[in-house]
Write a protein that binds this ligand. Structure first.
Ligand code: T4K
Length: 409
């Protein structure tokens, strides 16, 4: 354990971990189940195009989401694009800026304009009042993001969508298995999108899914994902290939088998982080409502530089020097990156900018042990409680001067 600043790898101490530990390590699965499924697909010589494993995966995801339809796709970014295209959105789509670039890029890729809207600082998700203020005659839809798995204000957004006639969708990339007021994520708005990327709590190597109770929309999406074949009304774009392969579905099913155990492990990790980082002034682990079901796939801490004296980016830097690959999910926010930053009208989103500058994602998942968390928290506690001293020493060492910029990790 590290006791003094000189023990930190940033200042020449041994790195706490010999090998890197990550936020996005794939969770443990029962490999024999995966291999059995892959063998079965190979034996039956059916590898993609709406295969039996993909259909089984869709049924299980639809069940989890509490909806009638699920269309599995090759990834969530393409799923978002399919949804925007199938719903025939036009003009502007309102969304948060505090999200992964994929949410905005998917909309822009189809020639539409993402309109970034501020968040409720308590949830990190869209502020319905700000959404209402951002609606223009060109707006056709709203995309909420259940950031870090914490659900959006779904009731208020559903009411707003009903009042304005706008389509309402959710990017639920982080939120499989979560609930809002007891209702499963996946069942809100007109449709929702999950990600099954390797780094997600349920992974299909790469994968995504659109879930919806709108049968007609589901039919259009399924057709568009398969070159537009069997569409009842033609699409100007024809269609694309967004299908999930049987290999991905085999992984997705095996990962779903492990999901309850992974979620339990994640919850234990989260609670341990909360305990170990309690009472560190200027530092908090974000709240998760204990009355809702949650997958706990991200452990997010918020650091207040004014209280700790430690800039967020320096915390990330020093963790990485210890082989703890912390992530700044999500910073910079979308409106602060290209191609959005240099749009003509400058956007200022105070709550988004404030939260985005303070958050750090710490390693969790089923490959992270209690001992790993103890060691990560030891570093974070030492850094945060001696923040001003640490920052001054780092500036001195790097010759950056008081106003020096901490390199981005
Ligand atoms: N909407 C939202 C809100 C999202 O967060 C995302 C994706 C999407 C939409 C789009 O979903 P997909 O189209 O990807 O299905 C990663 C993931 O690639 C991305 O899926 C995810 N969100 C995002 C939050 O995280 P990066 O750029 O941070 O990935 P990378 O390569 O830096 O990896 C992150 C960490 O995970 C590293 O420390 C390495 C580790 N890792 C990664 C992979 C791929 C592993 O240990 N093993 C692995 O196999 O985006």
């Amino acid at each position: 354990m590290k006791r003094d600043l000189g023990d930190l790898a940033l200042f020449g101490g041994h790195a706490s971990f010999l090998q890197q530990i990550h936020v996005g390590r794939p969770n443990r699965i029962e490999r024999s189940r995966l291999f059995d499924r892959l063998s079965w697909a190979l034996d039956n010589q059916w590898l993609t195009n709406n295969g039996p494993l993909a259909r089984e995966f869709e049924e299980r995801v639809a069940d989890l989401a509490g909806v009638r339809n699920c269309v599995a796709t090759c990834n969530a970014t393409v799923a978002l694009q399919l949804l925007v295209h199938a719903a025939e959105l036009t003009g502007e789509v309102i969304m948060p800026s505090l999200t992964f670039a994929a949410t905005a890029h998917a909309v822009r890729w189809l020639g539409l304009e993402p309109v970034f809207c501020d968040i409720d600082p308590r949830t990190g998700c869209l502020d319905p009042a700000a959404v209402a203020a951002a609606v223009t005659p060109r707006t056709s839809g709203i995309f909420g993001v259940h950031l870090w798995g914490r659900p959006c204000a779904v009731d208020a957004l559903e009411k707003l969508a009903a009042d304005t006639g706008l389509r309402l969708f959710f990017d639920a990339a982080h939120a499989i298995g979560c609930t809002s007021q007891g209702r499963p994520v996946g069942s809100f708005g007109d449709a929702e999108v999950f990600s099954f990327h390797a780094t997600k709590v349920v992974n299909a190597f790469e994968g995504g899914a659109i879930v919806t109770d709108d049968d007609d929309l589901a039919h259009r999406i399924r057709s568009l994902a398969n070159f537009g074949f069997n569409l009842r009304t033609p699409s100007a774009a024809g269609g694309t290939n967004a299908k999930m392969s049987e290999a991905s579905a085999a992984m997705g099913l095996t990962s779903l088998d492990a999901f309850p155990e992974v979620a339990r492990h994640n919850r234990d990790n989260y609670e341990q982080y909360r305990r170990e980082l309690a009472r560190v002034p200027g530092l908090s682990v974000i709240d998760i409502d204990p009355d809702e079901r949650h997958n706990y796939q991200y452990v997010i801490i918020e650091i207040d530089e004014e209280i700790t004296g430690l800039p967020r980016d320096l915390l990330v830097e020093l963790l990485r020097a210890e082989n703890v690959v912390a992530q700044r999910y999500f910073s910079p926010a979308c409106h602060q990156i290209e191609p959005y930053r240099s749009r003509q009208e400058a956007v200022h989103l105070p709550h988004t900018e404030r939260l985005s500058a303070r958050v750090v994602a710490l390693p969790t998942g089923s490959t992270i042990s209690r001992e790993d968390i103890r060691r990560v928290c030891n570093i974070v506690r030492l850094a945060a409680t001696r923040g001003s001293e640490l920052t001054a020493r780092w500036h001195q060492q790097s010759g950056a001067g008081e106003q020096g910029v901490v390199p981005a990790g």
